[in-house]
Design a protein around this ligand. Structure first.
Ligand SMILES: Nc1nc2c(ncn2[C@@H]2O[C@H](COP(=O)(O)OP(=O)(O)OP(=O)(O)O)[C@@H](O)[C@H]2O)c(=O)[nH]1
Length: 402
């Protein structure tokens, strides 16, 4: 064979091989996904990805409670990559520190709760406070969702003080009302949020609540507060019912340089995502891991099983230091009912009351604290990134009375 022919054949073989490898590489895509790990799905878990939106929206009916065992055995591959903030993206936000925020956001409360504070001041400042006036005071408090017990207590205390001290000067009226309202808000309660490493591991905060109350938004806002306090934060997107929720959470995190552990698989096992998030937080030695969860009250048993399981699974490696229940202040009695259901499932350590800017029923703070016996720790006062404030009884009452 002539040498030219041999050379031509060799060159042709090399070109064909090269092309083949190139095409195979392009078509291969992501075969082994980053962060892939095996996990077990309980019977009550939503179906794993590919089952379609409706299947992931509704949890199956009353399944037997999930056991702690068996969680990690069965092999369903769930992808949980840690989404690192984009390095070359827009510059990171510099969030506002949280201290004194409630006072700064006072205008929002004043606007919506004018009727409560101003109404009470007006009624108590009348020359003669007869039974009709007391009835009106009672009605004002009930309308503000203070709850029957707290309303009765406040009216009794005010009646007593009016009799003993007399209420003439407007300054005195205001001072007495302020004192009595603050008393109702139990100012002595510890409203701090676990956000410091302890025993060589991050603080773990689980955030629960029904859908739409503002859980994801609240975690996003909290991440900003913590970053402003120089904390290392990691988020876990265990709300796997709604694909957009993980995206939303990751976006909040990325704005302040906080990574999010999430699954690309719709309906992935939330407990597994939570587990992976806490694991990543431990490995990365962050200060606090915040875990977002889904809340579908339509199926109480499913919800209980899921939340209970998430907590148990996390606790295989670290204690859950804080369980924050997010409630929408505009839902009144409905919010109280939700609170009861959640409190049956997990030990709530604090309440975040969102959308207080949109309701005239600021009394709900009192009603909820009393019912659950846990403090309102944070309040949401708007949709803005820094519209979340640590709750402080004095500032809150001042806002109502201004
Ligand atoms: N006005 C006002 N809106 C708020 C506040 N907190 C949250 N929101 C809005 O409430 C809506 C729902 O918030 P999300 O954070 O998506 O609620 P979620 O509980 O995570 O909902 P799911 O992911 O469906 O479970 C969003 O439009 C938020 O901007 C608040 O304090 N004030």
């Amino acid at each position: 064979m002539p040498i030219e022919l041999i050379l031509t054949i060799v060159v042709a073989v090399v070109v064909v091989l090269g092309l083949g490898i190139g095409v195979a590489f392009l078509l291969r895509g992501r075969k082994t996904k980053p962060g892939t790990y095996p996990t077990t799905r309980d019977e009550n878990d939503p179906p794993a990805g590919g089952a379609g939106a409706s299947a992931t929206e509704a949890p199956p009916e009353a399944a037997p409670p999930a056991g702690t065992d068996g969680v990690e055995t069965d092999a369903v591959e769930t992808e949980v990559p840690v989404e690192e903030p984009e390095v070359e993206a827009v510059p990171l936000d510099v969030p506002e520190p949280a201290l004194g925020r409630l006072a700064r956001l006072r205008a929002r409360l004043v606007k919506s709760n004018n009727a409560l504070g101003k109404g009470l001041l007006r009624l108590l400042s009348q020359d003669r406070i007869d039974e009709d006036v007391w009835d009106e005071i009672e009605e004002t408090l009930l309308l503000a969702d203070l709850g029957t017990d707290a309303t009765m207590e406040l009216v009794d205390n005010l009646r007593e003080r009016v009799t003993v001290e007399g209420l003439r000067e407007p300054e005195k009226v205001r001072a007495i009302l302020r004192e009595e309202l603050i008393k109702l808000l139990a100012p002595e309660l510890d409203r701090s949020i676990a956000s410091d490493r302890r025993e060589g591991r991050p603080a773990v905060v689980m955030v629960v609540g029904v859908n739409g109350v503002g859980k994801t938004t609240t975690i996003g806002k909290m991440a900003r507060v913590l970053v402003a306090e120089d904390k290392d934060v990691l988020l876990g997107a265990a709300d796997t019912f709604r694909a957009a929720a993980a995206e939303q959470l990751a976006t909040w995190g990325a704005r302040v340089g906080v990574p999010t552990v999430r699954s690309d698989v719709d309906g992935a096992d939330p407990a597994s995502v939570a587990f992976e998030a806490v694991k990543a937080g431990m490995e990365q030695e962050v200060d606090v891991v915040m875990v977002d969860t889904a809340g579908r009250l339509q199926n109480k048993v499913g919800l209980m099983d899921e939340l209970g399981k998430i907590k148990r699974v996390i606790e295989k490696q670290a204690t859950v230091d804080e369980v924050l229940l997010v409630l929408d202040a505009t839902t009144g009695q409905n919010g109280l009912n939700q609170a009861k259901v959640f409190a049956e499932v997990v030990d709530i350590t604090g309440i975040v009351l969102t959308k207080l800017d949109g309701t005239a029923k600021g009394g709900i703070v009192v009603a909820i604290q009393r019912q659950l016996g846990v403090p309102v720790k944070l309040v949401g006062l708007g949709e803005g990134a820094d519209d979340l404030a640590p709750f402080e009884a004095g500032d809150f009452v001042d806002a109502l009375l201004d």
